[in-house]
Ligand binder design. Structure first.
Ligand SMILES: [Zn+2]
Length: 110
């Protein structure tokens, strides 16, 4: 008699793509180097010789946005926005992870 119970269970599958601990998008633009050390992955920028021994997503994003001279302008703008919005909305960010909101499209930016 547990048919109904298992059915409700199946419905939970809908949330397949959970927000949160997925690999950062910034890694698409970096090449990992060697092995992880102490939980940190060394990496190198795909556009220039810049590399980092502790691949921290925030500094990688900052590199692309601010200090990489080879990255395409649309990539730079994209990460510039990410950095800016993170600076302002750190608290809001936490709330967004709890309630699975649809990701807002870019606001029209003048
Ligand atoms: Zn670079």
């Amino acid at each position: 008699m547990s048919d109904i119970a298992s059915e409700t269970h199946v419905q939970r599958n809908k949330i397949a793509a959970k927000p949160g601990r997925k690999p950062k998008e910034v890694w698409k633009f970096f090449t990992p180097i060697g092995q992880k050390k102490d939980g940190h992955q060394s990496c190198k920028c795909n556009y220039c010789p810049w590399s980092q021994t502790h691949g921290e997503p925030s500094s990688m994003e900052a590199h692309l946005a601010l200090s990489c001279h080879k990255a395409p302008i649309d990539i730079k703008e994209k990460f510039l926005l990410i950095i800016k919005s993170r600076g302002k909305n750190q608290i809001i960010n936490l709330e967004e992870e709890k309630s699975i909101l649809p990701i807002k499209r870019k606001r029209s930016y003048q």
